[in-house]
Design a protein. Structure first.
Length: 590
């Protein structure tokens, strides 16, 4: 039986990205999500034209969030966001779709009295500071903005961005972000106020929230947070903190957090202040932090559950306040940046360690509380800065020589396929899989950086008959594991072209013009009037050939750490069987 998953004819048009859009508050705050937009991630390998066609059915128009595969999709005014999401969830070309939910900050109380920084001694900060104070590491604070003029924050400030208004105004509209920033990285040894846990780290303010005058509270959106994470990762942040509730279970936030993790970074989020088991499925994409008190007990208001991975002090944390003052703050909002600051100390002490290694060392050195081992209240335990930094300094990098394992789950060997085919891959590793490539007859056609690994392969890009699919998994150490080949029979109808004078249409789906950092997934798609099977694509970076492929898809993983800072040109040349040629290019900045 022939397996054809998408039958609609897809127009081969050049993609034109939508302009930056300001994020407006929902028409009704009671809904808890934004009207007129949703969040969608297509499967790896789905071309821009194919994705546009899927959205067009619902009247949607999408724009990428940074250089990630996430898209904010605008819907027409009469559309039902929930109905569109349900339909997209059943589309084989879509990895996930979800509402752009509104999320609150995780401040429990703020006490207008002077307190001591008891939390620093509790986690062994003074001992950790004998070795490092976080210099050379940038912490992105995704929040209500930061009071950059505060005397205890000004020395550490670097440029950030406002993803709520899509501009560079990162002034604090609520006060919450200033306190969070101070907890993580208020300047140390400057004779002023308090000391953040990583007092020499840089603070990158990313404003993701707005002040709701009706509720007298600050709220962000899943979209503004995801956009902030990708922006921070593309602009050099190694650590990011999100002190907002309800984000750990979002597929969009998980994808954005994995995007930063794939670039060697690490994302910290607060568990919440509801005092209940949140029943959120655990994720390996981020560090979820609950709150403890002076006696290493969970605070009464701290949320918990199997998704918690770490605990940290969160009661009466004396920190910076908007306007240049100080006060004591409480909430998992402050447990999270304290832990993020410890990660910055470790990265500064041992710059060669990536985010995944830092995360594992934080877990292994945490003070085990509650039930032995990982539990729902404290995760792996209360963060221990002294032991964590010591472990980072001692990490000489035991070589990881174990290759990842991968297997193609669908389609099955021998299946007859046509059109756009869903390819599902399972991959695992002793440390962690960083990406999976899908190869068709030896050519890389798509790259997926986040689990579950799902691809949309346009089988029209190969000749009819038997074709081989192979999945190749990579880990951070560069170990490679290939799946067994799966041979499938491609049976697509063809239309002969007698005289071909039309050049292929080629498009670079990712990256778009702008900043890039770390490993960048380059995705290219091409179409031709005589069929994609006859197309030959060649990828150039700064004029040097980096990859080539036959068919309508080409993918390549570009390590930008190996190129000089500045502008770089990515160009693709496509030729059809009649040797008609066309090209396209994009300018990016490292």
């Amino acid at each position: 039986m022939k397996l054809s998953l998408l039958q609609a004819a897809l127009a081969a048009t050049i993609f034109s990205a939508l302009p930056a859009l300001a994020i407006a508050a929902p028409a009704s705050a009671d809904l808890g999500y934004a009207r007129g937009r949703i969040l969608v991630q297509p499967n790896a390998g789905l071309s821009g034209a194919e994705f546009d066609a899927i959205l067009k059915v619902h009247g949607g128009k999408g724009r990428k969030l940074g250089q990630s595969d996430l898209h904010l999709v605008e819907l027409p005014g009469n559309a039902s966001e929930t109905a569109v999401i349900e339909r997209l969830k059943h589309n084989p070309g879509i990895k996930f779709a979800e509402l752009d939910r509104r999320v609150p900050h995780t401040l429990a109380v703020n006490d207008p009295y002077a307190g001591s920084e008891w939390h620093l001694a509790k986690v062994g900060a003074n001992t950790a500071w004998d070795s490092t104070m976080g210099a050379g590491v940038t912490i992105a604070i995704l929040d209500s903005g930061v009071d950059g003029a505060h005397p205890d924050l000004l020395p550490n400030m670097v440029p950030g961005f406002n993803t709520y208004d899509n501009n560079t105004n990162t002034a604090d509209v609520c006060g919450h972000g200033t306190a969070v920033a101070g907890t993580a990285a208020a300047a140390a040894n400057n004779g002023v106020g308090v000391a953040g846990i990583a007092g020499k780290a840089a603070i990158m303010p990313i404003r993701i929230a707005y002040f709701d005058t009706t509720a007298n509270a600050c709220y962000g959106y899943i979209s503004t947070i995801a956009n902030g994470l990708t922006w921070a990762a593309d602009h050099g942040a190694r650590v990011a903190n999100v002190s907002y509730g309800g984000v750990a279970g979002s597929a969009t936030i998980q994808s954005a957090a994995q995007y930063m993790k794939n670039k060697g970074g690490l994302v910290f989020v607060s568990a919440g202040n509801n005092g209940v088991n949140e029943n959120v499925t655990p994720t390996s994409t981020m560090v979820v932090v609950s709150a403890t008190d002076q006696n290493d007990a969970k605070t009464s208001w701290s949320s918990y559950g199997s998704f918690v991975t770490l605990a940290a002090p969160g009661l009466s944390i004396y920190a910076t306040t908007k306007g240049g003052t100080y006060q004591a703050w409480s909430g998992t909002s402050f447990s999270s940046p304290l832990s993020a600051g410890v990660a910055a100390l470790m990265m500064s002490a041992q710059p060669s360690l990536d985010g995944a290694a830092i995360e594992q060392l934080m877990y292994s050195t945490a003070v085990d509380l509650g039930t032995a081992g990982r539990d729902q209240t404290f995760g792996y335990g209360r963060v221990n800065a002294a032991a964590a930094v010591k472990a980072a300094l001692a990490a000489v990098g035991t070589p990881d020589t174990q290759a990842p394992a991968s297997a193609i789950g669908a389609p099955l060997a021998g299946a007859t396929v046509g059109g756009l085919v869903a390819v599902n891959v399972g991959a695992s590793d002793n440390v962690g899989v960083t990406r999976v490539e899908l190869k068709v007859n030896g050519s890389v056609v798509a790259v997926d950086d986040t689990a579950p690994y799902a691809f949309s392969w346009n089988s029209a890009g190969v000749a009819n008959g038997m074709n081989n699919l192979v999945a190749v998994a990579y880990d951070a150490a560069g170990n490679v594991g290939s799946s067994a080949a799966v041979a499938v029979n491609v049976a697509n109808s063809t239309t002969p072209v007698t005289t071909d004078t039309t050049a292929p249409v080629v498009r670079i789906n990712n990256p778009v013009a702008g900043a890039v950092a770390g490993n960048v997934s380059i995705s290219v798609s091409a179409t031709d009037n005589s069929g994609a099977a006859g197309i030959r694509q060649t990828l150039y970076i700064d004029g040097v050939v980096k990859a080539s492929a036959t068919g309508g898809s080409l993918a390549y993983s570009w390590n930008t750490r190996k190129v000089a800072a500045g502008s770089h040109t990515i160009q693709v040349v496509a030729r059809d069987a009649a040797n008609n040629a066309s090209s396209t290019s994009v300018l990016v900045t490292r």
